[in-house]
Design a protein around this ligand. Structure first.
Ligand code: ADP
Ligand code: MG
Length: 152
């Protein structure tokens, strides 16, 4: 069981995220078992850009983590994502947040995602759909200053 974080702030962000849910479900050996509500968040880091739409999907997959990441990057690429700089605006960002109980520290893949603990836009949707992850709640409470609103 894995959790994927979705974010978009260019084009039609809500549509990109909804479409990405379907594309995650279409990945081989993978199905989406639960999706969070959509949330709107203020950009972190580089502030001079549109607000984000964020969500989290719970997926069941037979793929190893590295293969799943490659599939996520293929979905990003289809959405016209171009990598410019960290925290830059993007049509679609897919992050592998959690992959079962695995801890991975490879050059191109770190799981659990190293910055999820400090991001309300990840933790709020995650806790909405994953009651088993209540251990993350104190991290969400520590993000109290970050603006994240549920938009449906
Ligand atoms: P960010 O999402 O932090 O703004 P990017 O999406 O551009 O930045 O970063 C993608 C890079 O992060 C990729 O090269 C990927 O290999 C690496 N990466 C490491 N761990 C993860 C993970 N858990 N999920 C997604 N990408 C990851
Ligand atoms: Mg990313």
């Amino acid at each position: 069981m894995a959790f994927v974080g979705l974010g978009a702030n260019l084009g039609e962000p809500q549509r990109q995220v909804q479409q990405a849910f379907r594309e995650l479900d279409a990945i081989a050996h993978t199905r989406v078992v639960r999706t969070s509500s959509l949330y709107r968040s203020e950009p972190l880091g580089f502030a001079d850009q549109p607000r984000f739409v964020n969500a989290v999907a719970q997926v069941e997959t037979g793929l190893p983590a590295g293969r799943l990441l490659a599939e996520l990057q293929a979905v990003e690429a289809r959405h016209g994502r171009s990598r410019s700089f960290a925290n830059a605006p993007r049509t679609l960002d897919l992050d592998l947040l959690i992959f079962g109980n695995e801890r991975i520290a490879a050059q191109d893949l770190v799981v659990p995602h190293p910055r999820m603990h400090e991001r309300a836009f990840v933790l709020r949707p995650l806790l909405e759909i994953a009651p088993g992850l209540e251990t993350y709640r104190p991290f969400l409470e520590a993000c109290a200053g970050q603006k994240v609103e549920r938009i449906g």
